[in-house]
Design a protein around this ligand. Structure first.
Ligand code: GLU
Length: 457
């Protein structure tokens, strides 16, 4: 099996295209086949080098590696259509010689006198001669589809400036790259009969076509900017894991069975097939994706999760990249938050108190007003000062004992301490947090807030 992903580099990689890439990759990899990346940059005015690099970076992030390309020896490929224009031109000229195409100077594809060999004046394109009849194919997802050729115009193969159109380039490439299966969006269904006619004119068998239903937003309309973020790279920035994106894309149009939702790459590779791809549009559901991301975060090894969090911590200014001590602290902090975050980007706010000094959030100052909180802060400072080692179970024992002796509910007693140590009324578990902050810093924070409590009266 030979499959390809053929993006047009006119902008960021859309999440719908990323799903297309995944399905091609899954089918190729699960069958021990080949996966090709081909950049369809024939539209030079809209294609950019930046977009090509961004697409490759996004694919690498998802772990969708490709196999071949022109730069064998170095990092592979990808193929670029602009480097293959001569091949397309030769193919168009071949069709011209065989009478399967003709020169035409008209603007539209209406069958004109150019078709009878009397080309009009002006710059000449090469058009494909669509004969009467019917063009049918059996789509591996959508089932049998047929078009009456009278609905198909004589389309341009080579523009008057000598550049190939999408139809010519895609078919010549799929033939020369021996592509066996084309999985792409349903928006390409109407292109397929033209391409099949072109295959036949070139004396080749068309590949298996598999058109995937488009992804839609909550209103049932094709997913676009109106619905929110559609650039894959945005999801990386928002703190989604590639594992979750792949799992989500896979289920957006395919299923393993009626119940399995969380799947890793290996499970997908072992089970993916076209016959379980749905004909119905997939609904983009941020809540489900976010939930799934949380599930994949929980499944990561601690050190792995810490490594993935690092760029977010660095981005938030909480540590510098590659700093060993900060990394160790982050690794120790991971168990405190792994079940609490659904996005990597949520970690910095939860862990900031470990990496920098804190002061109590103003909205929670009432927690330290009055007699009882002040006594808690004074008493906790005294008891913790003599605690050795400064470990979570001992801290817990000391503070629970303190609350009991003071006749306070543990919750009430712990709130002022939580505010002092973490700066917030919501934080990871208190005793573990205190252990990680360390004894000296904890005592310092408690004393500061004790003084503040005295001032507040
Ligand atoms: N370059 C086309 C696109 O980005 C894909 C062509 C194809 O898959 O046949 O929509």
């Amino acid at each position: 099996m030979r499959l390809r992903f053929a993006p047009s580099p006119t902008g960021y990689l859309h999440i719908g295209s990323a799903r297309t890439a995944l399905y091609n990759w899954l089918l190729a990899r699960s069958a021990g086949g080949t996966f090709i990346l081909r950049i369809e940059d024939t539209d030079r005015s809209r294609s950019t080098e930046e977009a090509i690099l961004a697409i490759m970076e996004d694919l690498r992030w998802l772990g969708l590696d490709w196999d071949e390309g022109p730069d064998v020896g170095g990092p592979y490929g990808p193929y670029r259509q602009t480097e293959r224009m001569d091949i397309y031109r030769r193919a168009a000229e071949g069709l011209l010689e065989e009478g399967k195409a003709y020169r035409c100077g008209c603007r539209t594809g209406e069958k004109c006198r150019c078709r009878e060999g009397r080309p009009s004046e002006g710059p000449q394109a090469i058009r494909f001669r669509v004969e009467e009849g019917e063009t049918a194919f059996d789509d591996a997802i959508m089932g049998p589809i047929s078009f009456d050729n009278s609905s198909i115009e004589d389309f341009v193969l080579l523009r008057s400036d000598g550049t190939a159109t999408y139809h010519l380039a895609v078919v010549v490439d799929d033939v020369s790259m021996a592509v066996t299966h084309v999985i792409r969006g349903a928006d390409h269904i109407s292109n397929t009969p033209k391409q099949i006619l072109l295959y036949r004119a070139l004396g080749k068998e068309p590949p298996v076509f598999a058109h995937m239903p488009l992804t839609v937003g909550s209103d049932g309309k094709p997913l676009s900017k109106r619905h929110g973020d559609v650039a894959l790279s945005r999801y990386r920035e928002l703190g989604f894991l590639p594992e979750a994106m792949i799992n989500y894309f896979a289920l957006l149009g395919w299923s393993l069975d009626d119940s399995t939702t969380i799947m890793d790459r290996r499970t997908l590779l072992a089970n993916f097939s076209l016959d379980r791809v749905s004909r119905n549009p997939g609904n983009w559901d941020m809540n489900k994706l976010t939930w799934m991301n949380g599930q994949h975060i929980m499944r990561l090894d601690g050190d792995d999760l810490a490594a993935r969090l690092e760029p977010f911590m660095v981005g938030a200014g909480l540590m510098s990249s590659g700093d060993r001590d900060s990394m160790k602290l982050l690794e120790r902090a991971v168990p405190l938050i792994r079940e609490r975050i659904k996005l990597l980007s949520e970690a910095p706010a939860l862990l900031a108190f470990l990496f920098r000094e804190v002061s109590p959030e103003t909205s929670s100052l009432e927690l330290i007003k009055g007699e009882a909180p002040l006594r808690v802060l004074e008493e906790a400072e005294r008891r913790l000062a003599s605690l050795e080692p400064f470990a979570a179970p001992l801290i817990e024992e000391a503070l629970r004992g303190m609350a009991a002796e003071m006749g306070m509910k543990p919750r009430d007693a712990f709130q002022p301490l939580r505010l002092a140590v973490t700066g917030s009324r919501v934080s990871p578990p208190l005793f573990e947090s205190m252990e990680l902050v360390g004894k000296e810093r904890c005592l310092k924070r408690i004393r500061r807030v004790r003084d503040l409590a005295r001032e507040l009266g």
